[in-house]
Design a protein around this ligand. Structure first.
Ligand code: FAD
Length: 285
């Protein structure tokens, strides 16, 4: 599977409406022309997006697109995970993103025997499917918001690697130094898998600020202040956001990042522009 030289991937979320799915198909058509290694599709912990994720993944597979469905295990039984993964492997899927997810509101306690952390999910997947799956996990250069310390978080990340993860995708960040410092810590801890930076384009300040508060990704003060000042001027905001992310990607790639994973937010245009300005491979238009 890993015979391409570059490791560029695109993350989608499953649309809520039939119109959204039709629009997504158009966006994927444009992104697929860039020849990414794969598309991934998010999954709501507790099964909240189960059918919609299945529908999106099935459509991607019908287009013969390499697809990595996300699995979010918190509170799920092993049997539930097995049914989902069997469904995917029957579609020829050989790659998953294995996550804990966040406890959905209203789902107060985890039943005995249910999966609690991503390392347990990776252990289970390796035991059940051997090497038939390429497993990616999440990594947090700026620390997971619930972690007790950066060291504890790193040790939990290491457990996922020891359980059999092949590679990791990071939470998004805008501070390249945080990523490179994290790589140094990983190297010192004996973690050797590729750690691909997750890239979030900047197109909407309100939405970005909300996400960042929830997931612990820092928007550096100077960027936040500039974004706030654009107010309703969306064109100026997008232009500035593009430049910030372009510089970030350029530095990451020139200093050795093994690829980039784009959080597309189901929009092709910001990615196409970045791709173009970064002179990335595979462009066919
Ligand atoms: P874990 O690796 O299990 O870590 C969670 C927390 O628990 C950390 O603070 C860690 O330090 C700690 N910890 C880990 N293992 C243990 C242990 N054994 N004992 C005690 N503490 C432990 N969420 C979704 O719901 N659906 C998605 O599709 C989705 N896609 C994502 C894709 C990427 C690339 C990333 C970076 C995140 C994604 N998320 C998704 C969000 C993710 O589920 C949350 O960040 C979640 O809070 C943590 O998931 P994890 O897999 O990193 O968990």
């Amino acid at each position: 599977m890993d015979n391409t030289s570059s490791n560029f991937s695109f993350e989608l979320f499953p649309p809520k409406t039939p119109e959204g799915l039709e629009q997504l198909k158009l966006e994927v058509g444009q992104l697929n022309a860039l020849n990414p290694r794969y598309f991934s599709c998010t999954y709501g912990a507790g099964g909240s997006t189960r059918e919609r994720t299945f529908e999106t993944v099935t459509w991607l597979r019908e287009q013969q697109i390499d697809t990595a469905p996300h699995l979010a295990c918190i509170g799920s039984s092993k049997q539930e995970v097995r049914e989902i993964v069997d469904h995917y492997t029957q579609q020829g899927i050989r790659r998953v993103v294995a996550l804990r997810g966040d406890m959905p509101s209203g789902m107060g306690r985890i039943e005995p025997g249910a999966l609690r952390y991503a390392n347990e999910l990776v252990t289970f997947l390796r035991a059940e499917y051997g090497d038939a799956l390429y497993i990616e996990v999440a990594a947090y250069p700026e620390m997971h918001p619930q972690a007790l310390s950066a060291h504890a978080d790193l040790m939990h990340f290491k457990r996922k690697v020891e359980a059999g993860a092949n590679a990791a995708i990071t939470q998004y960040f805008y501070n390249a130094d945080a990523y490179f410092a994290f790589l140094d810590s990983c190297q010192k801890a004996g973690i050797e898998i590729p750690i691909v930076p997750g890239i979030m384009p900047i197109t909407n300040y309100t939405q970005l600020a909300r996400f960042s508060d929830a997931c612990g990704a820092e928007i550096p003060r100077w960027i936040r202040k500039r974004l706030e000042a654009f107010g309703d001027d969306r064109i100026a905001l997008r232009s500035f956001g593009h430049d910030v992310v372009l510089n970030l990607c350029g530095r990451l790639l020139s200093e050795g990042a093994p690829g980039l994973h784009f959080y597309t937010m189901n929009q092709a245009a910001p990615i196409l522009k970045l791709w173009d300005d970064l002179n990335l491979p595979g462009k066919t238009f």
